[in-house]
Design a protein around this ligand. Structure first.
Ligand code: F6R
Length: 605
């Protein structure tokens, strides 16, 4: 996601400090950058699309003067990458500047309200409402800090935001809910930052802000209030001993592990996605006579899930197809009534883009689902939905897979609203809202057990993943993660298919990983387990918590949180499989962040 940095210095070199700190946030991924400082009674702003060095050479970021400043690296979510959409954003008078990381859920209604009150917006971002809200409260007599506090109260969604104002030019006011924000206490001044690596050159004394905190950062000190009550709060100063490299990974050994842990947050961001895009996409899907779900690799597995979800919830039949096979298989079926739903984390995968172009050339409509706003896929799509997972640095997709699954589930639910009884969808929606906490639980409760199983089986030469129904795409994804990170020739099948060939491979001790939640597939999965067991296979089962019968049957098991609706199993059961691939890879001495021969974005056919 976006990165923010602020400095309140004893000297007036904030331009140089901001520029250097934004460079340290670069590893998070970004499409534009900018900074604002207060100098001689004015707010100076330098911002643009492109690398920080490019923005610096065209706008002189590092030469900006002033003791107080804020900076930002932007990963577009609302509004394409452009100079207008880059942060910082000003209010109408140019007296307030803000930077923001997170998603403001109610920005459309706030923007409308503010426009009616005479505010003029320059960008298409959700963030710009923050500067105008602060301005609005100040116009009504509030001081700067009070106005930021009141603004925090009416924002819905997630935010880490820092604001500066000419009326009180000696301070930065920061607020936090859900998105990370850390205050740094230094010798040359005080700071706020999205993460620790950017702070380390200036200080190792930090205060990680908590939800509801408002921090007033000036060159000589930091005060923290609770923005919900206005009362002062005490926070512990923590001394950091991390190396810069470990700090970039927030203390995790690899980006992949960090990204596995980021999944609850990534799902929260999907759940915050603007409904209007789902409505638009659903109305296109309803009108289409043929629907193709086109993608590669992990994104293809998400599409298989999407196809199950749309059929089960709304009765819509769709064809999930590997992008490089799309033309060979379906070119004669593509016409103006066809619809291609293309899913691509990067939005730049050549095979997916080629399939989209071929479909467009024959008049088909295109819906894109991507993590990268401004990517080629967003430009080629008639409508696109952002999955808002934030940049993924590990080459293997983790958080972007579970986010795609949830985007597709939301889309299937939107489609279902016109068809099936609302009560089913309403209870699914309630359970979906609790999914991020179930993911947290899945990570927390499975990691140690997975580590133990990875140690026990890491010397095996092959594995097979079996599942049924909506869990099949998760099994395929578990296989892909394991083979790409551990270089093991792993297999995966719908379990019913296993006796049509795969069973010949099974011999004593061959490890078979079953996805066996307590759902409509359970009875038959037990039958498949028996078949494998009878041939000497070692059974590793992902089971629902407390399923004593399967504990008896399996050689090893991992207990997972229960779900009332089986469509929620895939993102939860993906977690231990990602962890299994991660730990098997590290046990073998490989680097899970950079598997050999693979690239994060495959831009060649
Ligand atoms: C696997 C993985 C790849 C990608 C595939 C498509 O971990 O990351 O299989 O899923 O290359 O990439 P996108 O989604 O960017 O089109």
């Amino acid at each position: 996601m976006c990165g923010i940095f602020g400095c309140a210095l004893l000297g007036d070199n904030s331009g140089e400090v901001l520029y250097a700190s934004l460079k340290r946030l670069e590893y998070r991924g970004y499409d534009s950058a900018g900074q604002a400082t207060i100098n001689s009674g004015r707010i100076l702003v330098a911002k643009d699309v492109g690398r920080i060095d490019e923005v610096d050479s065209s706008h002189g970021m590092s030469r900006m003067r002033g003791r107080i400043g804020i900076g930002h690296t932007r990963w577009a979510t609302h509004g394409a990458p452009s100079r207008e959409n880059a942060h910082p954003h000003l209010d109408c008078s140019g007296r307030i500047a803000i930077v923001h990381n997170g998603i403001i859920e109610n920005f459309m209604e706030l923007r409308e309200l503010l426009q009616k009150r005479g505010h003029a917006f320059k960008s298409r971002t959700d963030s710009e409402v923050i500067s105008h809200l602060i301005e609005d409260f100040m116009r009504r007599g509030e001081g700067f800090v009070g106005a930021v506090r009141l603004t925090a109260e009416i924002l819905r969604g997630s935010f880490a935001s820092a604001a500066i104002c000419l009326d009180e030019p000696d301070k930065i006011v920061c607020i936090r809910r859900e998105s990370p924000l850390i205050v740094g206490i230094g010798e040359i001044g005080n700071f706020c930052s999205s993460d620790i690596p950017a702070l380390l050159p200036y200080t190792n004394k930090v205060i990680p802000l908590e939800d509801g905190d408002l921090a007033i950062v000036d060159p000589k000190g930091v005060r923290i209030l609770d923005w919900r009550t206005g009362s002062a709060v005490e926070r512990e100063v923590v001394e950091i001993s991390w190396s810069p490299e470990i700090a970039m990974k927030s203390g995790f050994a690899h980006f992949m592990l960090k990204e596995i842990y980021e999944q609850p947050m990534a799902i929260r961001n999907v759940l915050r996605g603007q409904r209007i895009y789902y409505e638009l996409a659903a109305s296109m899907l309803r009108r289409a006579s043929k629907v193709f779900l086109v993608a590669c690799g992990t994104s293809h597995h998400a599409c298989i899930f999407g196809s199950y979800a749309m059929a089960n919830l709304s009765g819509l039949a769709s064809y999930p197809v590997i992008a490089s096979e799309f033309e060979a298989q379906y070119k004669n079926l593509i016409d103006e009534d066809a619809l291609v739903l293309a899913v691509s984390q990067s939005g730049e995968t050549a095979d997916t883009l080629n399939a989209v172009r071929a479909a467009k050339a024959k008049g088909a409509s295109v819906i894109g689902i991507t993590n990268t706003m401004g990517s080629s896929l967003t430009r080629l799509s008639d409508v696109y939905i952002g999955q808002n997972s934030g940049p993924e640095i590990g080459v293997a997709a983790t958080k972007t897979f579970t986010a795609q699954v949830v985007v597709l589930l939301k889309l299937a639910m939107e489609l279902a609203k016109s068809g099936s009884p609302r009560s089913g969808i309403d209870s699914l929606a309630e359970e979906l809202a609790a999914l991020p906490s179930k993911m947290e639980e899945a990570i927390r409760t499975s990691e140690e057990k997975v580590k133990h199983i990875a140690m026990k089986y890491s010397a095996k030469g092959s594995f097979c993943f079996l599942a049924r129904g909506v869990n099949v795409p998760t099994a395929l994804e578990g296989r892909l993660k394991l083979l790409e990170l551990s270089y093991l020739p792993a297999l995966a099948y719908p379990a019913g298919e296993s006796k049509h060939g795969f069973i010949a491979v099974v011999e004593d001790g061959y490890p078979v990983i079953f996805l066996a939640p307590r759902d409509s597939t359970r009875e038959r999965i037990i039958g498949n387990m028996m078949e494998m067991k009878a041939r000497g296979a070692s059974i590793i089962a992902l089971i629902e918590r407390g399923d004593e019968e399967l504990k008896e049957l399996a050689d090893d098991f991992i207990e997972m949180p229960p779900c009332a609706n089986e469509l929620l199993y895939p993102p939860i059961y993906a977690v231990p499989l990602q962890l299994f691939a991660y730990y098997t890879s590290t046990l073998k001495g490989y680097d899970p962040d950079m598997p050999r021969n693979l690239a994060k974005s495959v831009t060649v056919v």
